[in-house]
Design a protein around this ligand. Structure first.
Ligand code: 13P
Length: 248
């Protein structure tokens, strides 16, 4: 299984900046086939622009959120069928920033994952503990609870999801989980997947949280770390390509 390196641009970008960034990435890749699958999860208004920029390239398109509803009176929401219209292959669900600022619950995140799968879009399900939860020894319990809600909702489709372990204390802080700390949690998640699907090894479990060009190789060398979900470093073409190269 090829590793997956996905960028999460969060609420960053402009038409001009996006074009320059993606062109620099594609120039950097040249004609080589990267050793990792690559994706960029961009703000919804830029999906059409990105669809055209990455068309025919090694980079897949992703969104950062999706509605749990199919259609209707849900002002401001974007449905999975709309994402499909722009050839989105992935969508992030349950990012800690949405759990924290938009009050998204485990149940809602699970419904979003299900809505994405119903349209053939792979949900990148984010789980992760806060610093207070880690200090209280609750890391395992928290990530297992978050993943259990999704497994319960998507049932036999569990092998089709991507999981991203993103410790909240490591996001945007420059504090990365050590490879050993991350691997420990990834192993717990793999065991949980093994109880729910016959092919737990087919599920990518990504690490996210201050992953960068310097620390990517040691994280990606861990047996249960199958890729990365990259925030800040995905806004710099050289750094993002370096992380992709580290996944070889
Ligand atoms: P940073 O890489 O900026 O810490 O963000 C990680 C993240 O939240 C990716 O979803």
């Amino acid at each position: 299984m090829k590793p997956l390196i996905a960028g999460n641009w969060k609420m960053n970008g402009s038409l001009a900046a996006n074009e320059a960034l993606v062109k620099a990435m594609l120039d950097g890749l040249g004609s080589q086939t990267p050793g990792a699958d690559m994706a960029l999860c961009v703000p919804a208004p830029y999906l059409a622009q990105l669809q055209s920029l990455v068309s025919g390239s090694a980079i897949s398109l992703g969104a950062q959120d999706v509605s749990a509803h199919e259609q209707g009176a849900f002002t401001g929401e974007v449905s999975a069928t709309m994402l499909k219209d722009f050839a989105c292959r992935y969508v992030i669900v349950g990012h800690s920033e949405r759990r924290q600022y938009q009050g998204e619950t485990d149940l809602l995140v699970a419904d979003k994952a299900k809505a994405a799968l119903a349209q053939g879009i792979t949900p990148i399900v984010c789980v992760g503990e806060t610093l207070a939860e880690r200090d209280a020894g609750q890391t395992e319990a928290v990530v297992k609870r978050q993943l259990a809600a999704v497994i319960h909702a998507v049932a036999h489709c569990t092998s089709e999801i991507v999981v991203a372990y993103e410790p909240v204390w490591a996001i945007g802080t420059g504090k990365t989980a050590s490879p050993e700390q991350a691997q420990q949690v990834h192993a717990v998640l793999r065991a949980q997947l093994a109880a729910a699907t016959q092919h737990p090894e087919r599920v990518h479990i990504l690490y996210g949280g201050s992953m960068n060009a310097a620390n990517a190789a040691s994280l990606l060398a861990q047996p249960d770390i199958d890729g990365g979900l990259i925030g800040g470093a995905s806004l710099k073409s050289a750094d993002f390509l370096q992380i992709v190269a580290s996944a070889l």
